[in-house]
Design a protein around this ligand. Structure first.
Ligand code: 0RA
Length: 634
């Protein structure tokens, strides 16, 4: 610290009432996440003190009641002198005035937790009780608070050795519906913090379980990387990881290793906060990495013949951890876990590129193993693309073996005339198979509830047999390798029961298409079949109605005959193949709904609020009468 710090430096902005009135504005909510925000807040202050070289050890105690916590550090101790403007102790100002604290004075205090930087006062405001204890200048001091209000002035406790700050707090149960902390969540956070702050010792004393754990990682991110690589279960391509540790205008730590895994796994953090949705720092990292590798490949004449290396090839099997600390992080996105600071793109790129290039050039044999792995990935991609390309509609019959066993394919070689019906359940699948036009209509029965793929990687999707079968049948690939020109059918038609279960299955399937092959929807190729809603029995005669008007018309016509018996449709399984054909599948008489993407911004918000419970709001359904149906082709 070059600047000397006194009680007078503290800026006074506002009182604490707004925090208690609208806690969500400060900690994001009053659920479990908001409750734990209090812990991160107090913890980040202690970590800040350590990051600036004033503390080397942090203690976190979860007390036996499970709903109170103490964070202690061996730093300089919060200043206790009297603040000139207010006549109060600096400590009191830090704990009772919103946005107070030297932390906000640039250059005086490097921040650890920009997102949680709202500080000690917010924790105090939302605590039933809080006790701050400070040791400095040979004295111990204490000040107590209730719901953010001091219970008396700061008082001296007597002589004491050493320096440091201890904050005990108990969240206010009138604010938080549940005040019990989750030890697991806290332990995980502390463990990550110990990786991100090499050499920082954090002791977690869990008085609920009686366990005491010390987190200390002398190697920092390199140790984190090792656990990640081991956890992926794939062999590393090289032993020596690439590690960067920079402390300057931008504090950046990076550890990388290529493995034989088929995906890329990067964890990134900004000021200790996980950025699960990436952002500008990740983009800068990828840009720098790409340039360094390509440069190396070029200068060492390692460019492969016959394939071009894509950006994904460069990172296949890459496992990495990226951590940066910056002054004013801006987070974006629904879950505020994407970094938005534009300047980080070039800042991270500019750091990573020369560092990696230098490392590659000084570890030539390691570099060559990495480049060999990259070229292998490109060749494998080309090979699988070629293999996939062969399964086109035209050559479908010649490639029966590669298609899913459950698929009853159609025989036409004209794609625009062909349709794939995805049917819920084997019995309905059987009816559809018998009732269909086998020249133009293919049937793929799916069993049970489909995986919810709202937040699932493409690789994971393909581990699901039902969805993998669907992808194979469609032939157009999925995710990044999607290629509409390889689609084997003109239409994808989802055929599910007209009840809430069927609706749910359709929604899950649509979510899959939307998330992993959205071009299928935007090109107008996805449809919902509309099985009838009613069954009307008149004597021995059975008729089906698709809506109330049809039902009423049937009943009207039946006057004078036996009394019509109306039942709601029970499921496709009860339908005879012929009836299924006539009511639902015959292009001349059926009605289809074409699926379109509704206003995406609006619906994504709704869906996030519903937490994926019902994603159907994302879609718009357009009536598609047989006679109006237009053929789309690419
Ligand atoms: C403001 C100024 C100084 C230290 C701190 C705050 C401080 C805050 C916390 C919060 C948790 N642990 C802490 N340790 C220190 C500098 C005081 C000086 O110059 O001596």
């Amino acid at each position: 610290m070059s600047t000397s710090y006194s009680a007078n430096d503290i800026t006074v902005l506002e009182g604490l009432e707004p925090v208690r009135k609208r806690p969500g504005m400060y900690i994001g909510g009053v659920g479990a996440s908001g409750l734990h925000h209090l812990v991160w807040e107090v913890l980040d202050n202690a970590i800040d003190e350590a990051m600036n070289g004033h503390a080397s050890q942090i203690g976190v105690t979860l007390h036996a009641d499970g709903s109170s916590l103490t964070v202690t550090d061996d730093g300089r101790g919060i200043p206790v002198g009297t603040h000139a403007k207010t006549g109060k102790s600096a400590l009191e100002v830090i704990f009772t005035v919103l946005h107070a604290g030297g932390k906000f004075e640039q250059g005086n205090y490097k921040t650890a937790g920009g997102l949680h930087g709202v500080g000690a006062s917010v924790v105090n405001a939302l605590s039933k009780e809080l006790v701050a204890t400070v040791k400095r200048d040979g004295q111990a001091w204490e000040q107590r608070f209730r719901q953010g209000v001091p219970v008396g002035a700061i008082r001296a406790l007597g002589p004491a050795r050493g320096t440091g700050t201890t904050v005990f707090f108990r969240p206010d149960a009138t604010i938080f519906p549940k005040v019990e902390f989750d030890a697991e969540t806290i332990a995980h956070r502390l463990e990550i913090a110990s990786y991100l702050h090499r050499g920082l010792k954090i002791v977690f004393d869990n008085e609920v379980s009686g366990q005491k754990v010390t987190y200390l990682q002398a190697e920092g991110l390199a140790a984190y990387l090792r656990t990640l690589v081991a956890g992926r279960g794939a062999r590393a391509v090289h032993d020596l990881p690439f590690v960067v540790a920079r402390d300057g205008a931008l504090r950046l730590d990076l550890a990388l290793q290529w493995t034989e895994a088929t995906d890329e796994h990067l964890r990134s953090y900004v000021n200790g906060i996980p950025t699960g949705s990436g952002g500008t720092h990740e983009n800068g990292f990828r840009a720098g990495l790409g340039k360094a590798l390509r440069n190396f490949i070029e200068t060492h004449a390692l460019t492969p013949r016959g394939v071009t290396l894509t950006a994904e090839d460069l990172r296949e099997g890459l496992v990495g951890v990226l951590s940066i600390f910056i002054e004013e992080p801006q987070f974006q996105g629904q879950t505020k876990d994407r970094l938005n600071n534009a300047e980080m793109l070039s800042a991270v790129d500019g750091l990573v590129r020369p560092a990696l290039e230098h490392w590659l050039n000084t570890n030539i044999s390691v570099a060559e193993s990495i480049i060999a792995r990259i070229i292998l990935s490109a060749r494998a991609r080309e090979a699988s693309r070629a293999a996939q390309q062969e399964v086109t509609r035209k050559s479908a019959t010649a490639h029966r073996l590669t298609l899913p066993g459950k698929l009853s394919d159609c025989t036409t070689t004209t794609r625009s005339q062909s349709e794939l019906f995805v049917v819920e359940g084997d019995s309905a699948g059987g009816s559809a198979k018998q009732g269909r036009d086998r020249i133009r209509q293919a049937i793929l029965p799916l069993r049970g509830k489909v995986l919810n793929t709202e937040c699932v990687s493409t690789a994971k999707v393909l581990e699901n047999k039902e969805l993998a079968d669907l992808v194979t049948a469609l032939g157009c690939g999925v995710g990044k390798s999607f290629d509409l020109t390889r689609l084997r059918y003109g239409k994808l038609i989802l055929l599910a029961d007209a009840d809430s279960d069927g609706h749910h299955i359709s929604t899950l399937l649509l979510t899959f298409v939307y998330r992993h092959m959205p071009q299928l929807i935007s090109s107008g190729r996805v449809y919902l079949a509309q099985p009838p809603l009613y069954r009307i029995d008149i004597g021995k005669d059975t008729q089906w109605a698709q809506d109330d008007a049809q039902r009423d018309a049937i009943v009207r016509k039946a006057t004078g005959r036996a009394k019509p018996e109306i039942t709601r449709f029970k499921g496709l399984g009860e339908m005879m193949p012929k009836v299924l054909w006539e009511t639902t599948m015959n292009p001349k008489t059926r009605r289809l709904l074409r699926v379109d993407i509704a206003d995406q911004l609006v619906t994504d918000r709704i869906i996030n609020e519903l937490m994926g419970k019902d994603a159907s709001a994302r879609f718009r359904f357009i009536m598609d009468r047989a006679e109006e149906a237009q053929e789309l082709d690419v």
